[in-house]
Structure formats: structure tokens, C-alpha cells
Design a protein. Structure first.
Length: 111
């Protein structure tokens, strides 16, 4: 890939993100992750392009399924979920017998 096509891709991503007015934009701190590409033989500019491309893909997945929201509203609030065991859920398993059958705990008689 030549440098011009890479710049075109980066510009297209930047334009798409800028077009999302009213939505919260999240940007990557490239300097925090550039060290992970040390020894790859890439220039700093190429490292930045790789990291931005990966970041934009991740943001795209998040945008496809989730909204980007601040954490403050969730702090300190307990929420009941089905993971905690909703006994009235349609897929709940109810057992009316709480005691183990005594025969399952005893050894068979020698005979």
C-alpha cells in the first residue's frame, strides 16, 4: 500500500468520526501504545496509523452494539439481574425436594 492510500483511509475514518455530531467521540492516546510496536521496523508515523486503524475498528464495534456513556451514573448503584438468580424467570429450575435421598448416600449391601 502506498502512503497516499493510507492517508486516504485515515482521512475517511476521521471524516466519518467528525460526521457523528451529537455523539461522544473517543480518541486513542497513540503515545501510550506506540511502545507495543517497538522492534516492528515501522516508523512513528506508521505506528500511529496502525494504532489509529485498530482503534477505529474497536470504536466501530462499540458503536454497532453499545452507546458510549460515562461511568458516573452507574457508580454506587446495585442492579438486580437474572445472573443473581431470578426464581420467577421462565428458565428457572425449581426443586420441591430439598433433602437428599438417603439411599444415594449409603453403600449397597454386600450379598
Amino acid at each position: 500500500m502506498d502512503g497516499n492510500s493510507e492517508n486516504t483511509i485515515t482521512n475517511a475514518f476521521n471524516e466519518a468520526i467528525s460526521a457523528n455530531e451529537g455523539k461522544r467521540n473517543v480518541f486513542v492516546d497513540v503515545e501510550a501504545y506506540q511502545h507495543m510496536l517497538d522492534g516492528s521496523g515501522l516508523t512513528d508515523e506508521q505506528k500511529q496509523q496502525v494504532l489509529e486503524s485498530i482503534w477505529y475498528c474497536m470504536v466501530g464495534f462499540v458503536d454497532a452494539g453499545f452507546a458510549v456513556r460515562p461511568l458516573e451514573p452507574a457508580c454506587g448503584q446495585l442492579q438486580t439481574s437474572q445472573d443473581e438468580g431470578d426464581k420467577n424467570a421462565p428458565d428457572a429450575v425449581n426443586c420441591t425436594r430439598n433433602q437428599k435421598d438417603e439411599d444415594t448416600n449409603s453403600a449397597p449391601e454386600a450379598g
